[in-house]
Design a protein around this ligand. Structure first.
Ligand code: SAH
Ligand code: SF4
Length: 390
């Protein structure tokens, strides 16, 4: 059974949790509640948010419009603690990747993809993932823990810090955020929503709701909840044109099949005020698995009346994945069939190859802890045993 309804939201860390509250992850609402609890007026929340997210200030002493008494009080009970970066690498195409050490064990990665005026930050939401999609190296790690809201928004903070491009400097390095790093964001709902609210907030990063995208493999009930409270853009990881194949590639499909997922996307957009926005459908192309002309035609049939644009993602290989990236010809043939049927589709270009910054490769070389892999290992050792005894 898939562990998709709930899992511990608390850290599995054996370290003593810090007793100071990390203000980095407080949405405006929570920052106001914090200020009131300190005996302060709610407007202090705006000042704190601006210091942290507009100016990139983590030291209370530098917050000069806050009284010395209050600064002292804040130092007692709070902190602004960004995540700990263990490495920063920049690709020759400008893509930059940070590896972040997560207290309690594990690493997550964040990737910035600059493209002219645009800078897209790919943010992680969990250490590992419980959903075990067969082509995903994060899935192979199994689930370790949810990131806190501070650890999620902290990825935006540190990316901007590394370019010294906080809004107060009139530079803009992160124009778009995609929740497409490690983990399934809808399984870490509250922390992801808090972090996305800070991305959208004018006292936070002031990014337009169209430029913050949540990608999900299809946790339908959580998607319905999201539609009630958020207006961010939506991407779904479809990867197959029918349930039979999707059941194999994206196991959560066995619980929430394609028709249910597409219906949930429609409901999501029905709740939004601007009706012209559409779902981005991600479709990874795996050689000989889901990339034939028949698959393309089946996809056209499936999506012909579904408001969407398709993003084709040639598979990014990692060791022992068992899959291969299709040839350029196979990718363009697939794209052509969609295009001939007037379905808007793009092919995702691979960026940051030299620093392993592509989708599904993040923290790629880790131990494979999934049941699938254990079964596979057990099977191969049986085969080996047979070979030896036979
Ligand atoms: N859990 C969410 C978001 C993180 S994965 C989701 O599944 O949507 C972000 C995207 O990267 C998804 O579309 C996922 O299917 C894709 N991906 C995972 N592994 C990949 C790989 N090896 N090559 C290319 N894309 C991959
Ligand atoms: Fe999890 Fe997304 Fe990877 Fe699937 S593709 S295992 S949902 S991170």
């Amino acid at each position: 059974m898939l562990d998709i309804e709930s899992h511990p939201t608390t850290s599995v860390s054996t370290e003593t949790p810090p007793d100071k509250i990390n203000l980095l992850g407080l949405s405006r609402e929570k920052m106001e509640a914090f200020c009131i609890a300190q005996g302060e007026k709610p407007f202090r929340a705006q000042q704190l948010l601006k210091w942290i997210h507009h100016n990139g200030v983590a030291d209370f002493d530098a917050m000069t419009n806050i009284s010395k008494n209050l600064r002292a009080q804040l130092k007692e009970c709070a902190e602004v603690r960004p995540p700990e970066v263990v490495s920063e690498q920049t690709s020759k195409d400008g893509t930059r990747k940070w590896a972040i050490k997560i207290p309690g064990g594990g690493l997550v990665e964040t990737v910035l993809i600059p493209d002219g005026e645009r800078g897209t930050l790919c943010v992680s939401s969990q250490v590992g993932c419980s959903l075990d999609c067969t082509f995903c190296s994060t899935g192979k790690q199994g689930f370790q823990r949810d990131l806190t809201a501070s650890e999620i928004i902290g990825q935006v903070w540190l990316a901007i810090k590394s370019y010294d491009a906080f809004p107060s400097n009139n530079k803009k390095i992160v124009t778009n955020v995609v929740m497409m790093g490690m983990g399934e964001p809808l399984l870490n709902f509250d922390n992801v929503v808090d972090a996305m609210n800070i991305m959208l907030d004018d006292f936070g990063y002031g990014i337009s709701k169209r430029r913050v995208t949540l990608s999900t493999s299809g946790v339908v009930p959580a998607l319905d909840r999201l539609g009630d409270i958020s207006q961010v853009s939506l991407a779904i990881s479809l990867h197959a044109p029918n349930d039979e194949l999707r059941n194999q590639l994206v196991p959560i499909n066995r619980r929430y099949p394609i028709a249910d997922l597409l219906a949930a996307c429609r409901r999501y957009w029905e709740k939004q005020s601007d009706t012209h926005r559409v779902t981005t459908v991600e479709y990874i192309l795996l050689a000989g698995v889901n990339d034939s002309t028949e698959h393309a035609r089946e996809l056209v049939h499936l999506l012909k009346d579904f408001p969407c644009k398709i993003n084709l993602i040639p598979f990014n290989p990692f060791p022992s994945s068992g899959y291969e990236r299709p040839s350029k010809n196979a990718v363009s043939r697939f794209w052509q069939i969609l295009s001939d049927s007037h379905i808007v589709s793009t092919i995702r270009s691979t960026r940051g190859d030299d620093i392993d910054a592509a989708c599904g490769q993040l923290v790629g070389l880790v131990e494979d802890r999934t049941k699938r892999s254990q079964r596979h290992r057990a099977k191969s050792s049986q085969v080996q045993a047979l070979e030896i005894t036979g």
